[in-house]
Design a protein around this ligand. Structure first.
Ligand SMILES: Nc1nc2c(ncn2[C@@H]2O[C@H](COP(=O)(O)OP(=O)(O)O)[C@@H](O)[C@H]2O)c(=O)[nH]1
Ligand SMILES: [Mg+2]
Length: 285
């Protein structure tokens, strides 16, 4: 497979624009929900986000908790808590957002006490959601609002016309999330992001992503490869592994030759859809 040593070096042009927009709107915001994917709590974090949102109260929202390896993700969650973050784990498919709402109310209570002391009126908290593509920002907005407000799966970008949606009498939400890109300074992290579809397909092709997934799964969860594909060991160039998956999953061309492209697609889909089990691809050093 032609995965090899691609150097990922990617900085989308519209990133600078989003960052500017966020800093312009920052004075209207009381609380920032920083969304990261619980399956990659290190790789999906926008490292320099604190430069951007300064000292605004922040909550680290770990989405897709239902899909992650909770033991590993909790370790990283603890690490973030030790750094001073408030961390909330969310399953946005079947869980609720009560904890997030309660934390936000508490933060706003303090802000309102301050306002009253300064002779100002109490008001509802204004929340901004930020994070990398595909981590679940729109889903979170819809969950919080309780109806379909934000497009899920598409990438609307930041709003031009600011509008607030009411969660309840104490909380309001900026209707469109700020999309930021994690820095791809680390090749390993860039591959993890690509594996869980947070960066564009143009950066890495499917063969590169699927090869990375096989090797990573072999390193972290070798039993899953055995269960799903009958793979006990990985060969150097992955040809045998691809052949095994091809046979097992019927991804063969005419003449019984493995259809390598289809096998790559299968591997990527299996990981994303949870068929390789609950996984967390990041580890603390
Ligand atoms: N299983 C699961 N899927 C989620 C969760 N949150 C989001 N998703 C899925 O992740 C994908 C991307 O979500 P979306 O809200 O569009 O991400 P955005 O790009 O950050 O706005 C969608 O297919 C969602 O259904 C979660 O907590 N659990
Ligand atoms: Mg979205």
């Amino acid at each position: 497979m032609n995965e090899n040593k691609t150097n990922i070096n990617w900085y989308p042009g519209h990133m600078a624009k989003t960052r500017r927009e966020i800093s312009e709107k920052l004075n209207l915001i009381d609380i920032v929900f920083e969304v990261i994917d619980a399956r990659m709590p290190l790789s999906s974090k926008v490292v320099d986000i604190d430069d951007l949102i300064k000292d605004k109260p922040k909550v680290l929202v770990m989405t897709k908790y239902d899909l992650c390896d909770k033991e590993e993700t909790n370790k990283i969650g603890k690490y973030y808590e030790e750094l001073g973050y408030k961390v909330v784990y969310c399953d946005l498919m079947s869980g609720n957002t009560n904890e997030l709402i309660n934390i936000s109310k508490n933060i706003m209570n303090d802000i309102n006490k301050d306002r009253i002391n300064k002779g100002m009126k109490e008001r509802a908290a204004r929340i901004l959601i930020v994070g990398a593509p595909n981590v679940g920002k729109s889903t979170l907005i819809n969950r919080l609002v309780g109806k379909k407000a934000a497009g899920v799966g598409n990438k609307p970008g930041f709003t031009k016309n600011l509008s607030w949606i009411r969660i309840n009498k104490d909380l309001e939400l900026l209707d469109s999330p700020g999309i930021l890109w994690p820095k791809l300074e680390n090749q390993e992290m860039a591959h993890i992001l690509a594996s869980l579809s947070s960066i564009k397909e143009e950066i890495l092709n499917n063969d590169q992503i699927a090869s990375f997934i096989l090797r990573k799964m072999y390193e972290l969860y070798p039993d899953r490869l055995m269960e799903r594909y009958g793979i006990e060991e990985l060969d150097e160039d992955l040809i045998e592994a691809y052949d095994m998956i091809g046979r097992r999953r019927g991804a063969l061309s005419r003449g019984g030759v493995t259809d390598y492209e289809r096998v790559s697609d299968i591997i990527i889909r299996d990981l994303k859809n949870g068929y390789l089990g609950a996984i967390t691809l990041d580890r603390l050093k």
